[in-house]
Design a protein. Structure first.
Length: 404
């Protein structure tokens, strides 16, 4: 039996803080996560080969024949066909980056255990350039195109539900797809510039305005009067309102009230308080500099538009104001008047008026209450990850290291 494994490379560090709590291949872009895209294209069940801190939550599964794909690589039909054609011991690379390889069971076991295994024969993809995500900005930057690609993949040979007559649909009917159980009345959906995909049991409340390409995940809700612009993905079990443009929400996150968010990526289990606004354009219209965990400083992005990057379990209080290109770490809790710094470390509590360390036991207790509201439970593996990340990220909380 052939197994699919998505492996992390050094790109994982460039995608922090989003990858503190997930493998690269578990990132969502378009309608699906990267793993789900590969599963659709290859018709194989996938798992992850990732950092030691994540293996309890994302265990690897392998068989006699295994296709390993770099988690930062996005599939299409051409690449999927090339990958399926690999024999054990063969690989593809592009410009020095390993794209995919095929390994037998013994080789994967050696890889998992950091042992030596036989060399692989790598072929250069000279006439083909794979699509990749190499930094958080690539997620929102490529999201519109990925919504279109996933839409075609998921809706092929399927029949959409029919919207009721209370809704106004602008554009070609084939660009709107309703999965089973969608609830939508008195909304306006413009699919002229791109498709809109509404997942199972999702809800659009009255007066919502949507302009595609947009993807709404299973059981998610768009609030009354919301304005959702193109290039936006709302993952499963989210609630989103206000004004949103070109944003990717991972699952179980809320932005339920007014306030603006654009060109952003939001992790899981996040909450954005009412009337929070995050800038995505500098007042001088100049290039946005964003915190780089690899360079350990603010780095050029080459982008004029770059909004918020927010890691899992982070929270923003009501009326929070954020500078252009703000990066917020894992389990941070931000509040207070004024603009906080544009890099907010993991496990901090505060804002522009000052920050203190968010005690680990308090952070875990909050997470337990949050997941319980969605009828889920924080596992021992989850708690262990909190503990590991608290230690790993202490270097960014400078006050903890004073005098050491």
């Amino acid at each position: 039996m052939t197994k699919l494994i998505l492996f992390d490379s050094d790109v994982r560090n460039h995608l922090l803080p989003l990858t503190y709590s997930r493998p690269v291949g578990d990132l969502r872009i378009g309608i699906l996560t990267i793993r789900e895209k590969w599963e659709q294209h290859l018709r194989l069940s996938g798992s992850f080969l990732t950092d030691d801190s994540l293996r309890a939550l994302f265990p690897v599964s392998y068989g006699d024949r295994n296709i390993l794909v770099n988690g930062c690589v996005l599939p299409d039909e051409e690449l999927a066909a090339l990958v399926l054609d690999l024999d054990p011991g063969q690989a593809y690379r592009k410009d020095g980056r390993l794209i995919a390889t095929c390994l037998d069971k013994a080789a994967v076991e050696a890889l998992v255990n950091d042992d030596v295994f036989n060399d692989i024969k790598a072929f250069e993809l000279s006439d083909y350039t794979p699509q990749t995500i190499l930094r958080p900005a690539d997620i929102f930057g490529q999201n519109a195109a990925q919504i279109r690609a996933d839409y075609d993949l998921l809706t092929k040979d399927k029949t959409s539900g029919t919207p009721s007559a209370t809704n106004t649909i602008i554009g070609p009917a084939e660009n709107l797809f309703l999965e089973e159980g969608v609830t939508m009345e008195a909304c306006v959906l413009n699919v002229t510039e791109g498709p809109i995909y509404l997942g199972k049991n999702s809800t659009l409340l009255e007066g919502a305005l949507l302009r595609g390409p947009i993807a709404l995940g299973e059981r998610s809700t768009i609030k009354m009067g919301a304005k959702i612009y193109g290039g936006t993905t709302i993952g499963p079990d989210c609630k989103v309102g206000g004004e949103v443009s070109n944003v990717v929400f991972h699952g179980n996150s809320n932005k339920g009230h007014d306030g603006y968010l654009g060109n952003a990526v939001i992790g899981q289990w996040c909450n954005i308080g009412a009337d929070t606004n995050a800038s995505n354009l500098k007042n001088d219209y100049g290039e946005v500099r964003v915190w780089s965990y690899v360079e350990e400083k603010f780095a050029d992005t080459g982008l004029q538009f770059h909004g918020l990057i927010m890691a899992d379990h982070a929270k923003l209080a009501i009326n929070t104001m954020l500078n252009t290109g703000t990066v917020i770490g894992f389990s941070a809790n931000v509040y207070g008047e004024g603009f906080p710094r544009a890099f907010i470390p993991s496990f901090v509590w505060g804002g522009a008026g000052g920050m203190v360390t968010y005690r680990l036991d308090k952070a875990i207790a909050t997470a337990e209450r949050v997941v319980a509201r969605r009828h889920q439970e924080l596992t021992e593996a989850d708690r262990a990850l909190f503990t590991t990340l608290f230690e790993q990220t202490s270097k960014w909380r400078k006050w903890e290291n004073a005098g050491k």
